[in-house]
Design a protein around this ligand. Sequence first.
Ligand code: UGA
Length: 446
Amino acid sequence: MALKITVIGTGYLGATHAAAMAELGFEVLGLDVVPEKIAMLTEGRVPMYEPGLEELLRRHTAGIEGATGRLRFTTSYEEAGEFGDIHFICVNTPQKHGEYACDMSYVNSAVESLAPHLRRPALVVGKSTVPVGSADLLAARLAELAPVGADAELAWNPEFLREGFAVQDTLHPDRIVVGVAGDRAEKLLREVYQTPIAEGSPFVVTDFPTAELVKVAANSFLATKISFINAMAEVCEAAGGDVVKLAEAIGYDERIGKKFLRAGIGFGGGCLPKDIRAFMARAGELGADQALTFLREVDSINMRRRGHMVELAREAVGGAFLGKRVAVLGATFKPDSDDVRDSPALNVAGQIQLQGAQVTVFDPKGMENARALFPTLAYAATAAEAAEGAHAVLHLTEWREFRELDPASLGEVVAERRILDGRNALDPDVWRDAGWTYRALGRPMA
Ligand code: UGA
């Protein structure tokens, strides 16, 4: 009989995983403790912007015309416990307030709420990003609380999806990593992922700690790569070099590679910043803090970028923000997402506003979330409206729409034709030819 799957937590990760499991042919039940989220999903609506996700969801959600009906949603752990052979835990693990460590309360509560309803053999699969050592503790807790005892098994299967590409990354992962304690768990997970495995996705089997570490090691490497190129941008600025050319040139070396070498205002979002901090905190607890002191530097290079962008903007408007109008293009932490968590763009906008400028923000998808987080900033309905009367325009999230802006017509509405590219994504020649002063991080002035 086909496996039945539950997905606990329906955020970016869970909603995508649930819809993808239905697409792969399984019967799926998604669970969330927030009734409003469940109500939306049941109607085939996604509570965030993620390209292709709503279509995928609507293709499978029961009750939607023409859907396969393989995907349903609930708020009941009892129903989930009865329904599933495999339960994926996809809740978030945010940074704790005032600490580097991550908050495990959602993961713990998911396991503790589900376990008492496991009355037949089941596999619980953690996907959330957790401190190494968590899976061992959770496996013991699960066996202790589940009526079925040791037949409630645990596995760890970290997720590597990128926001903006969540559907593609989930259906066609570049690797599948499973931390297991026995053959049965491995066999079940091979069955779950048989389609991507058949398509060639490598399937890496490890123990619990290695699977947990793979995830934070991958994000730490990516964060390090970005901070490396941003450190080079600092040196380029001091020496009169061009970091974009430098990145292109080193990127031709296959061992280095071109990706994740875009210098700018740095990384943000709900993953990279908190993951490197939680990793440092956990290494400290394990007595291995020395191994990760470099991540402190990665973090501080990254945070420095935001302050540097503010300084460049201040310089551009003549040394003081008071009485100046600044247009900010982009609010999300990256394009093709509506996520503003720890967004460098919003952070820069907020700092400039606090220093006395009148800041107007426009983002193609992130307006609602940005407004909720920074209600004191002004928001415009279009890029051109944001730019009206501006003494400087700051390009802080590299949406395609901004790359396609016409500098000549934008030039008609601004007070001064001055653009600062915080993402090194615009074409300097196009802007300069239209009479703009173009400035970017890590590049020569003209
Ligand atoms: C990241 C990882 O890339 C995923 O593999 C991982 O699954 C995910 O975290 C997670 O842990 O859940 P994501 O947060 O969606 O994914 O964003 P990224 O595409 O990694 O971008 C992170 C930040 O780095 C963005 O603010 C982006 O603008 C910035 N960035 C990226 C740069 O500043 N320069 C670059 O060259 C690349």
